[in-house]
Design a protein around this ligand. Structure first.
Ligand SMILES: [Zn+2]
Length: 114
């Protein structure tokens, strides 16, 4: 489950941010997860629970914001949402498509108490 190693990198970011707030308790972690990233949100949630149990962030909630996978055709300029990763533009079938969003995997915000 590679979500566990992703979670550990996320928690390193959290550690860095929490270092500025000694004594504070972590309540929530908000993350952006693109649908085109390789992360399965439910597995990431499970991994977060495993990774935080018994540690200073036990009980914190992981809030996942799923970002649609959006591509933009370089030929006709149309933006469209992918249901899954595919190659061509649905309009002109050009394969020259740029991914506009949906590959994100970011810790966006932390909610802390104290
Ligand atoms: Zn097109």
């Amino acid at each position: 489950m590679h979500e566990l190693s992703i979670c550990q990198s996320m928690l390193e970011i959290v550690d860095g941010a929490m270092a500025d707030h000694p004594g504070a308790r972590l309540e929530r972690v908000f993350v952006d997860v693109g649908r085109g990233s390789t992360v399965e949100p439910s597995l990431l949630r499970d991994a977060f629970e495993i990774a935080t149990t018994g540690g200073p962030y036990e009980g914190a909630e992981l809030v996942i914001n799923e970002i649609p996978l959006v591509g933009k055709c370089r030929s006709c300029g149309r933006s469209f949402e992918y249901k899954e990763i595919a190659l061509g533009c649905p309009d002109c079938e050009s394969t020259s498509v740029e991914i506009e969003s949906g590959l994100e995997l970011n810790v966006r915000e932390l909610e802390i108490d104290g």
